[in-house]
Write a protein that binds this ligand. Structure first.
Ligand code: NAD
Length: 479
């Protein structure tokens, strides 16, 4: 019998074990530290049935939008009151460093507040049609039961941008936490439970993608699938939703260009590039993972990056001094090492890093590869999800734009220049859902976020995301 702390599923307002369970490994040591419930078909079916009952039940469907907003406000307060515990668990189970998990939980609460405020601002419309004896109006009704699936990185945030708008709109949800580091979401369920929502409005489960995730997203009683993860699982989600014809939003990966012109404020650009790629140990969908730097400053810029990268404090994720911690899984570390090796074999020059750090835990150092002479290097096209930057030099603005768009992804981008007319041309030309100019990684609950191409479709954040959790009913009334 295992002596590890055990987490539970949250279904229909109750905490319970699953028939199966699995060990969660501590990324800093590679050792099992907790036992996680593994939801399979039976538990998924129960969770979906609970969400369906709650969706139609008077306790939830009978609430006004303002009452739903008040519950979300209470949830935001509870998240703040429990911030340390949530941050510690996320750090323990995923290896994300404590200074990042603490900072992120503060704005997770702000996202819930934003959607609490939006709940009673989701409006229908009246149509002034050309028939004097007819009233026609549009009601915005909640979409129904939502399946949400999230990856391990930033789960509290990636679930807030789904739970907040969905519940504000009146939907109910089954959320599948990642099998890699589910502890923060299963603990979040305990906090959610205290906020006073009716049973079944949110159900939190975890389990493996091909079993639990696939059963959930293809379930006949699911109306919408909100997915964040990699493109391969995204394709599977679309195949799954062909069975229930659920609508989908897909927030997938990225290979985002970070473009630095010779007239940029280089101090600011170097700092932004360092956090743009090395924050979250590179496990961030918006990581500025392709540096495009004007050739006239390439050598200086790479040298400054190398100096800073080599001073980064690598250490235990619970230590406030740590700047880069372990990757979440051994698989991530091994993929990063293999992709670095393949890229060097294809002609990329290793500026710094490149090999896993010996010892326990899944550590990989901040790494920079110069691929200017190796345009076919795989690191320019494949997502690492690790602290690895691939650089390319360019001569002209049109070269920069061509290289920026030379990707199947289209999530984020950064442009560093003091020439604002050039910035405008780049903003128009870049194919990505977000363009940051002279800054990187800024976020706000008000600002929609999402991608094109291999980065998926749909937007999270802002009013539009809440509207995406509604459907329009057109009413014709003869007077
Ligand atoms: P992943 O796609 O392997 O897994 C993500 C989630 O999908 C997990 O919960 C997993 O269990 C589930 N899943 C896997 N296969 C499934 C299937 N067939 N059916 C249903 N669910 C399934 O991704 P990962 O490796 O855990 O996460 C990293 C990826 O997530 C990267 O590509 C990253 O860029 C992306 N990501 C995107 C965003 C964004 O907002 N665009 C944010 C964070 C991460």
């Amino acid at each position: 019998m295992s002596t590890l702390p055990a987490f539970q599923l949250y279904i229909d307002g109750s905490f319970r074990d699953a028939a199966a369970s699995f060990d969660s490994l501590d990324p800093a040591t590679g050792q099992p530290w907790a036992r996680m419930p593994e939801a399979r078909a039976a538990e998924v079916n129960e969770a979906v049935a609970a969400a369906r009952r709650a969706f139609h039940g008077a306790e939830w469907a009978g609430l006004t939008a303002g009452q739903r907003g008040k519950l979300l406000l209470r949830l935001a307060d509870l998240i703040e009151q429990n911030a340390s515990r949530l941050a510690e668990l996320e750090t323990r189970d995923t290896g994300k460093i404590i200074r990042e998990t603490r900072a992120q939980i503060a704005y997770v609460a702000e996202y819930y507040r934003y959607y609490a405020g939006l709940a009673d601002k989701i409006e229908g419309a009246h149509l002034p049609i050309d028939k004097p004896d007819m009233e026609v109006w549009l009601r915005r009704e909640p979409l129904g039961v939502v399946a949400a699936v999230v990856p391990w990185n930033s789960q509290l945030f990636l679930s807030a941008v789904k739970i907040g708008p969905a519940l504000a709109a009146g939907c109910t949800m089954v959320l599948k936490a990642s099998e890699d580091g589910p502890a923060p979401m299963l603990e979040f369920a305990r906090i959610f439970d205290q906020a006073g929502f009716p049973a079944g409005v949110l159900n939190v489960i975890t389990g493996f993608g091909p079993d639990c995730g696939a059963i959930l997203t293809s379930h006949p009683d699911i109306d919408h699938v909100a997915f964040t993860g990699g493109p391969e699982a995204g394709r599977q989600i679309l195949r799954n939703s062909a069975q229930n014809l659920a609508s989908t939003s897909l927030e997938l990966g990225g290979k985002s260009p970070f473009i630095v012109f010779e007239d940029a404020d280089l101090d600011s650009a170097v700092n932004a590039q360092i956090s743009g790629i090395f924050a979250a140990s590179g496990q961030s969908c918006v990581a500025g993972s392709r540096l495009l730097v004007q050739n006239s400053i390439r050598a200086e810029f790479l040298d400054r990056l190398r100096h800073k990268a080599e001073k980064i404090v690598i250490g235990g994720p619970q230590d406030m001094a740590t700047e880069v911690g372990p990757l979440c899984t051994a698989r991530q570390r091994d993929n990063a090492a293999a992709l670095c090796d393949r890229s060097v074999a294809a002609g990329a020059t290793l500026v710094t890093g490149g090999k896993p750090i010996d010892g326990t835990g899944y550590y990989f150092p901040p790494t920079v590869l110069d691929c200017t002479e190796a345009p076919e290097a795989p690191c320019l096209t494949e997502e690492f999800f690790a602290p690895v930057l691939s650089a390319q030099g360019f001569d002209t603005e049109s070269d920069a734009l061509r290289l920026a768009n030379d990707t199947d992804y289209g999530l984020a981008s950064g442009v560093f220049t003091r020439d604002l007319t050039r910035a405008h041309r780049m903003i128009r030309g870049i194919r990505a859902g977000v363009v940051w100019v002279n800054t990187y990684r800024a976020v706000s609950p008000m600002a929609p976020f999402g991608g094109h191409g291999l980065s998926g479709h749909g937007r999270e954040g802002g009013l539009a995301a809440a509207l995406d959790y509604t459907k329009i009913k057109t009413v014709w009334l003869r007077t």
